[in-house]
Design a protein around this ligand. Structure first.
Ligand SMILES: Cc1cc2nc3c(=O)[nH]c(=O)nc-3n(C[C@H](O)[C@H](O)[C@H](O)COP(=O)(O)OP(=O)(O)OC[C@H]3O[C@@H](n4cnc5c(N)ncnc54)[C@H](O)[C@@H]3O)c2cc1C
Length: 581
């Protein structure tokens, strides 16, 4: 199945060009997508949510049974070709499933480790023999998978791993080391483990729990996700057959980083699903909780929150489905390893953007959900406190948000230098344009026209900041983390705002247009501040004055009555007691 997106796009292209329309949006889900969504949602509501308390008591037999049930329903094999037992669907389907599972964070983590972190590396890097041996079991849920990259001394610096694999004369490897914080560690059967061959060549291995010398440490005592297993993984002189090297010796970084690209994209889907559920929870509570003789949902301060949490989720959802459409457009229905790998690499920038935006959006939404619940939000009688604790780790795993922020402008700059993205030429053009006299404005009058102009301005600012940073710092750009992080925030806001506007335009206005108008308005404010700080750090004297004058010229969005817009969205959230899009 494809999503009818025939345009082949390049990752990051949207930053330098006007977006190619149409983009994929949640409103374009096919009947088949809706059916998968319904299956996944019903499974989570009927079988996973009622099991949460038992999962939190570390009932891993139950966790395994739920993984197996997901397999029976076809939810574990959406990305997997039929030849290995999968259902071979498009990436939109994977997003739809991820969102549904995201309602239950602990199980979503178990599920994500299985589908994102264990299945993906086999799909992209496995030999035919490895795929035949492991994929069918992972897809049915008879085999539970885990991904063991981190160590106590190397998390973000994953290539600094100390685990060692020593090549033996018979071609096997003796692998020793200790991995930390391994999701599904307490009950997984198969581990994708990263170790350095002969202390040097970073390599991925497929290691079965049954191999002598493999053991799991104690469960970690965590802030949240109590229903997800997290343990160390200890390997003492484990003999690994040569046939269990995944990918090439010395190319483990390709496995590690490409898997994380897809993991980040799927994590964003789970965050999106979690947020949708929380909007409904907040709206339901606000409708029934009375203070001063009336439901708290009638108070402007609470209505503002109800609108805002829905609006922020709208932007993430728009980015998520747009990106899924871009990947599907690139894959054109192919499930071949090489095609999947190059699509994941192509949209690595968008995956990092989504990971940061979705995890931070979810934390915001869940914090406001606690706040709307008042004292009840702080006690265990209501699910709001569990959600709040469970979500915090999303900003830490799958690459911390700091690392993902640095990756966004870093990858763009690398592509520009390699010539894959004509970013340098675009940045120069923008700089010349901004430094010459202002042309007369030609305001259009179509729907969302003002927002489109603001986004065009935001793109110019993003290119001005990135282009100036590349010129100013050259090869040492990577050392300028504050500027890079600021540039990332601008780029994330551009992608979010544009995705929201494109989605709203395709949905033909109404509440969609109101959400998009708020998103663009607020993004423009943040972009201006971030750009001012970054430009001021890069230049002084006359150059600084010129750059800041150019920024003022391009960032002058017309005033928008966001109070009125949010009120209308709040009416919909409170009225429907759910996420209204
Ligand atoms: C519940 C849970 C489940 C997990 N599951 C898995 C799993 O299944 N498999 C697995 O392999 N790992 C897993 N992890 C580990 C997780 O991926 C790491 O914790 C994460 O990558 C961060 O590494 P760290 O904890 O060593 O933090 P550090 O790398 O020590 O980072 C600490 C802080 O410093 C910042 N920082 C680090 N380096 C830089 C830099 N160069 N520039 C700027 N800032 C920097 C970070 O952003 C962070 O804010 C899990 C962790 C948890 C908590």
């Amino acid at each position: 199945m494809t999503t009818h997106m025939q345009t082949i796009a390049r990752g990051g292209q949207w930053l330098i060009e006007e977006a190619a329309e149409p983009v994929f949006t949640p409103e374009r889900l096919t009947e088949e997508h809706k059916l998968i969504r319904q299956t996944a949602e019903e499974f989570v509501a009927a079988e996973v949510l009622p099991a949460l308390d038992r999962l939190e008591q570390k009932d891993w037999t139950l966790a395994r049974a739920l993984v197996k049930r997901s397999g029976d329903l076809g939810l574990l094999g959406t990305d997997v070709p039929e030849a290995y037992g999968g259902v071979e669907l498009d990436k939109v389907s994977s997003i739809v499933v991820g969102e549904a599972v995201g309602r239950s964070a602990s199980f979503a983590t178990t599920f994500g480790a299985q589908t994102g972190l264990a299945v993906t590396p086999l799909l992209c890097f496995g030999t035919e023999d490895q795929k035949q041996r492991y994929l069918p079991g992972l897809v049915t849920g008879d085999i539970v998978g885990a991904y063991a990259l981190s160590e106590s001394g190397s998390g973000s610096d994953a290539l600094g791993a100390k685990a060692r694999a020593v090549r033996q004369p018979d071609g096997t490897f003796l692998l020793s080391g200790e991995k930390m914080w391994i999701t599904n560690g307490g009950f997984a059967d198969l581990f994708i483990v990263f170790a350095k061959v002969d202390g040097e060549h970073f390599t991925a291995f497929l290691i079965e729990r049954s191999f002598p010398g493999v053991s799991s440490g104690q469960e970690e005592h965590k802030l949240g996700l109590h229903g997800s297993s997290t343990t160390p993984l200890v390997m003492q002189e484990v003999q690994v057959p040569a046939a269990n090297v995944l990918g090439d010796v010395g190319r483990g970084h390709k496995v590690a980083f490409n898997v994380l690209n897809y993991g980040r994209f799927k994590l964003a889907a789970m965050c999106s699903g979690g947020a949708r559920g929380a909007v409904a929870e907040a709206a339901g509570y606000a409708a029934q909780r009375r203070q001063f003789g009336q439901p708290i949902a009638t108070f402007g301060a609470i209505r503002h929150k109800l609108a805002e949490i829905a609006i922020r989720e709208y932007a993430v959802e728009a980015m998520l489905y747009r990106t899924a459409g871009l990947i599907d457009g690139t894959l054109q229905g192919s499930h071949e390893s090489g095609a999947m790998l190059s699509a994941l690499e192509e949209f690595a920038i968008e995956a990092s953007i989504l990971k940061v935006a979705a995890s931070e959006m979810l934390d915001f939404v869940l914090d406001e959900n606690v706040q709307i619940h008042g004292g009840n939000g702080f006690v265990k009688d209501y699910p709001a406190e569990r959600h709040y604790r469970d979500a915090r780790v999303n900003r830490i795993f799958e690459g911390t948000n700091e690392i993902n922020r640095l990756l966004v402008p870093g990858m763009l700059a690398r592509r520009a230098v390699k010539g894959g993205l004509p970013l340098i030429a675009a940045a120069r053009k923008i700089q010349d344009e901004l430094l010459s006299p202002a042309p007369a404005e030609q305001p259009g009058d179509g729907p969302l026209e003002q927002e489109r102009r603001t986004i065009a301005g935001m793109k110019k600012v993003a290119l001005m900041v990135l282009g100036t940073a590349m010129q100013t710092y050259g090869d040492t750009l990577g050392d300028e983390q504050e500027v890079l992080s600021g540039a990332a925030d601008i780029i994330i806001d551009v992608y979010a705002a544009e995705s929201a506007v494109l989605r709203a335009a395709q949905a033909a206005g109404g509440l969609h247009a109101e959400a998009a108008a708020v998103i663009v308005n607020d993004a423009a404010g943040r972009v201006e501040i971030a750009a001012r700080n970054a430009l001021a750090a890069m230049a002084d004297g006359d150059t600084r004055r010129t750059l800041l004058a150019a920024l003022r010229r391009v960032m002058k969005p017309a005033p928008v009555n966001t109070v009125a817009l949010r009120r209308r969205i709040a009416d919909a959230v409170a009225g429907q007691k759910r996420y209204p899009f």
